[in-house]
Ligand binder design. Structure first.
Ligand code: ADP
Ligand code: NI
Length: 217
């Protein structure tokens, strides 16, 4: 399903909105993350037969609503809703996009599974950006931003945790691989994203092994 001319113009407006909102984000949720997620969502949408318009707008706006960048998750979603209201978007499409964005996040594994193919595609695209070479860079960038160390053998990875603990307790960049990133491969929704996730996962495992060898000297 190719987007109509009106939909194309909404996609361009969404790009500009996301760029303006996230241009200066220091947490790894910057515009280029959004750009990569949008590219990957397009690729997955084509091979999965998902609606390209819904996938593009949800991918472009997914981090505008991130709770880390807003007063609350509700405030973030409200920002996206009011933007959508000002666009010539069908009511049903608008609801669908908001539903995807509201359930995208890993949230320590606490969110329900995606209901629609478009949701699965966009979530996979976001998760693929959290595994692999770029993901390693994002993780250290984020850790630096919150003041976590690269690694500390005395802080062990947490097996299970509530979303609040996941967000607020002190951890390390290396622990984040064990607490989240290495789990993402098992949470991929679509067949098209699986082999990409597997390759990136292997790369992270190799990286962690090399890290361990160097740490132990
Ligand atoms: P989601 O997009 O699923 O809500 P987050 O916003 O929590 O996920 O994380 C996006 C990326 O930010 C992660 O893939 C990771 O690279 C980085 N990140 C998030 N939390 C941490 C953390 N505690 N330590 C290191 N990196 C983190
Ligand atoms: Ni994201």
């Amino acid at each position: 399903m190719k987007p109509t001319a009106t939909q194309e113009s909404i996609i361009i407006a969404a790009e500009q909105f996301a760029k303006a909102e996230l241009e200066h984000d220091p947490t790894g949720h910057d515009w280029w993350h959004v750009h990569r997620v949008n590219q990957m969502a397009g690729r997955l949408a084509r091979s999965e037969g998902a609606d390209a318009f819904i996938c593009a707008v949800a991918a472009l706006l997914h981090d505008v609503a991130d709770e880390k960048l807003n007063e609350s998750k509700e405030a973030g979603l409200q920002k996206v809703s009011s933007w959508l209201e000002r666009q010539p978007v069908e009511e049903e499409d608008s609801r669908h996009i908001i539903e995807i964005i509201a359930n995208m996040s890993y949230n320590a594994g606490a969110n329900p599974p995606m209901r629609t193919l478009e949701g699965m595609v966009v979530q996979d695209a976001d998760r693929l950006d959290a595994i692999g070479a770029i993901a390693i860079a994002r993780t250290f960038l984020y850790a630096g931003w919150v003041g976590h160390p690269i690694y500390d053998p005395q802080i062990t990875p947490r097996d299970s945790m509530s979303p609040k603990e996941y967000r607020q307790e002190k951890s390390t960049a290396i622990n984040h691989f064990h607490e989240k990133l290495l789990k993402l491969k098992g949470l991929i929704n679509t067949a098209s994203a699986k082999p990409i996730a597997e390759e990136r996962h292997r790369f992270m495992e190799q990286y962690l092994e090399q890290f361990r060898l160097e740490w132990e000297g």
